[in-house]
Design a protein around this ligand. Structure first.
Ligand code: PLP
Length: 394
């Protein structure tokens, strides 16, 4: 029988089916003007004025090349390198930076740069639902490493057990989607020791991909340390879509750690553009790149986000729902009252409140709510959330 889509595409599709089915269901529900949608991290208010003014200032062409194909724009790379030096205290140079279409593009670039077909990539569970489909589509093999089920810290034994002679990459994500956890420097030190000894044991370098799109979204002044400061063989991916609360404006980057030994760093620097082009992500958006210097200081309102976290967390916690208090990101993660996320989400959906079942993160007993919802939405949803929680035995 003639094949239509490839086996690789079929595996990727199967891995993402639960997400696309849920997406379709939410799109249908979103037609209702009274729907309270806490599912994806989308904006629920008009865009930040700082974002629109930054882009408006770059719309008018200043040369015939203004809208020509753009690779990584030098000014964007320079600005990112300076920002990373400040944020992470490492000596980034513009040549370490490849501008990309969001963190999606940066992750694809990292996978193409570092791994060969059939290589294994260790990913956290619960973790972002696109790692698996992206890895399948790149002909790589996802290997799940469960986080600690209580604290959602990295479980180093689980990572150790997931590592085999075919492991090429370990993906980490802090601040973490969906749990909101931010990992400590001590955690990175233990992970670095583990990766160093596993690399030696198997005679093959294991790389770390640090997925940091929520790096600037943290609460209560909690410190951020990137594993790039601790484990030299690290690349960082980033997206402007989160901090600008504009995921539809696609810009991000892949950054090579300055601590990568020189020979490998040079080889990777030279490969950034050709490999980006080879995988079809070589030409990130021109206007977004010109806007990067102005956008560096633009952010969603972190104080308001903290107020929303406190309101939702406080009320649900008081109602007996077991939650992980977010240290970063704009998500709230908790145990579904009654233990069945599908039942909890369905009961809420009947009342027009939409939250994401943990099944999208391979956690059928949990749920995630996005704090990108407005305070008004939170206030309107809370009576339904506490009612349903009580009826299911919270
Ligand atoms: N990594 C994580 C952990 C995410 O949550 C997301 C988006 O939700 C991405 C990467 C992709 O970011 P973007 O859509 O801005 O490219």
């Amino acid at each position: 029988m003639a094949m239509t889509i490839s086996d690789r595409a079929a595996r990727a599709r199967a891995a993402v089916d639960v997400v696309t089915a849920f997406f379709a269901q939410i799109q249908a529900a979103a037609g209702d003007p009274d729907a309270l949608d806490f599912t994806f991290g989308n904006p629920h208010e008009l865009a930040l004025p700082g974002l629109t003014s930054a882009m408006q200032a770059q719309i008018e062409p200043r040369s015939v090349e203004w809208y020509a194909y753009k690779t990584s724009e030098r000014l964007a790379q320079e600005t990112v390198a300076v920002g990373l030096r400040t944020d992470l205290g490492l000596d980034f140079e513009p040549e370490d930076i490849a501008m990309t279409q969001g963190a999606f593009g940066a992750l694809s670039l990292a996978f193409a740069l570092l791994a060969d077909a059939g290589d294994e990539v260790v990913i956290p569970v619960p973790g972002w639902f696109c790692y698996e489909p992206m890895l399948y589509a790149a002909d790589l093999v996802p290997m799940r490493a469960a986080l600690d089920p209580e604290t959602f810290d990295l479980d180093l034994d689980a990572i150790e057990n997931a590592i085999t002679p075919r492991t090429r990459i370990v993906v980490v994500n802090s601040p973490a989607n969906p749990t909101g956890r931010v990992y400590s420097e001590a955690t990175w030190r233990s992970l670095a020791d583990l990766l160093e000894s596993a690399s030696r044991r198997y005679g093959r370098r294991i790389w770390l991909v640090s997925d940091e799109p929520y790096r600037r979204i943290r609460f209560d002044g909690i410190d951020f340390v990137s594993p790039a400061a601790v484990y030299p063989w690290t690349v960082i991916d980033y997206s402007y879509g989160k901090v600008l609360l504009a995921p539809g404006q696609r810009l991000g980057y892949l950054a090579l750690s300055p601590l990568i030994p020189n020979a490998e760093r040079d080889e990777l620097r030279e490969a950034l553009f050709p490999i980006g082009l080879a995988i079809g992500w070589g030409f990130p958006d021109a206007v977004m790149q010109y806007s990067v210097p102005a956008l560096e200081s633009v952010s969603l309102d972190l104080d308001e986000l903290a107020r929303k976290r406190d309101r939702l967390f406080g009320a649900l916690d008081a109602a007996g729902v077991r939650l992980t208090r977010p240290e970063g990101t704009f998500y709230l993660w908790g145990e579904a009252p009654g233990g069945d996320a599908a039942a909890f989400c369905a009961a809420l959906a009947e009342r027009g409140v939409h939250v994401m079942p943990g099944t999208l993160f391979a956690q059928p007993h949990h749920f995630r709510m996005s704090l990108t919802a407005t305070m008004d939405m939170i206030d309107r949803a809370l009576p339904h959330l506490t009612d349903v929680a009580a009826s299911l035995g919270a």
